[in-house]
Design a protein around this ligand. Sequence first.
Ligand SMILES: Nc1nc2c(c(=O)[nH]1)N[C@H]1C(S)=C(S)[C@@H](COP(=O)(O)O)O[C@H]1N2
Ligand SMILES: [Mo]
Length: 437
Amino acid sequence: MTKITEKNENTLQSNSRRDFFKKSAYSVSAIAAASVLAPVNMLAGDDENIMHHTKWGTTLGDELNKNPYGIPSLYEHTVVRRTSDLLSSGGDMHAAVSMSPLHELEGIITPNGLHFTRTHNGVAHIDPNKFRLMIHGLVDKPLVLTLDELKKYPSESRIMFLECPANGAAEWKGPQFNSLQFVKGMMSNAEWTGVRVKTILDQIGLKPTAKWMLAEGSDGSEMGRSIPVEKILDDAMIVWAQNGEALRPEQGYPVRLILPGWEANMAVKWLKRLEFSDKPWYAKEETSKYTVLTKSGKAIQHFYPLEVNSIVTSPCPEKPWTDLKKGDIVEIEGIAWSGHGIIKYVDITFDGGKNWVEANLKGLVLPKSWTRFSYIYKYEGKPLLLASRAVDDSENVQPTVDEEKSVIGVEGVYHRNSICTWEVKANGEVNNVQVRS
Ligand SMILES: Nc1nc2c(c(=O)[nH]1)N[C@H]1C(S)=C(S)[C@@H](COP(=O)(O)O)O[C@H]1N2
Ligand SMILES: [Mo]
């Protein structure tokens, strides 16, 4: 993988990049009318599965004390996270990433067992009785909390995405994987429950000189990250629950930090310490990690929110259209998200970006959360270059591959948000391609 050259330049957020992608004209077409999608030959009188008693219809099922904690159907055993050695050194699965099977997900919630997972030192298993969270530095009353004490604060629940800024990074060099899971699986969306950091700070008093918060984990990697205090006071959360239950060990049990819309590497897991100070901890060092070198030769050091993005999840290489016949009505679906706010529109192209039609946003449309989109389509059996393009409520527009490259330059790796195109072949096979202008 291309390494980002580290430069130490204090450019707060890439405004030029956002402006560049602001949309001038917007092409909108009517949403296709909903049609009947179900197959018509539904009555099959000689179908064995209907006419004969099934094993499960003539025997007793499992007793209810068999699986006190439920598990998915054994027929769903292929719906799993998958690891790649992309972010691991030499295939070591302690410092690696396992990707969500986006092609198997419905709606906007990622089940806990399928949440993408990135660790630098393996999954830590923390005894909740030994958990302590220390909050100190530039505060009036430093504090050490047990888990029970932390949970006594008033809680909030919020549906948000987490995306590793390296999601899709390998594709910078051109298509690398013929798979949705490996192209975009370093992200998930969950309902997180916990307390706002601001609620605790209101109690213990933040000193006016505090400008940065260092968050540190208790795993071997510690994952120390400095976060601007404005973000902490805005919407940062310390969470202990994920989709209604305790965090999974992979997600930082018992407690992690969540910074809505910002790159997931700052969402420190297995949290143990928050220190407020007047400068970021890396200010002592010559360089900082996670910078982005732009074509101008300047590096963007503070590059936190994930840009507006989207991907078609059905069809995709894992879910092709090989069973469709010409004239079939099919639902195209996908996911859109933006670290800046709410998804406003998603457009779909069938010809690699020459013409666009507007998709339908489905279900909940929430800020800094996945939004599902859908488009009812009549399959023609012709080759397509299928892609989606999202726009958020700050009018950020998802760039083309070349627009993104023209701003970020050849060294860019993190925060890749350019349009992803699927080539649908005449036989319905789907391949990962890149459309270049
Ligand atoms: N303590 C700790 N926090 C961590 C990490 C880690 O290795 N240790 N990895 C970070 C990275 S790079 C990412 S992308 C996210 C992944 O969160 P997830 O595993 O819950 O999906 O956690 C972040 N927080
Ligand atoms: Mo990450």
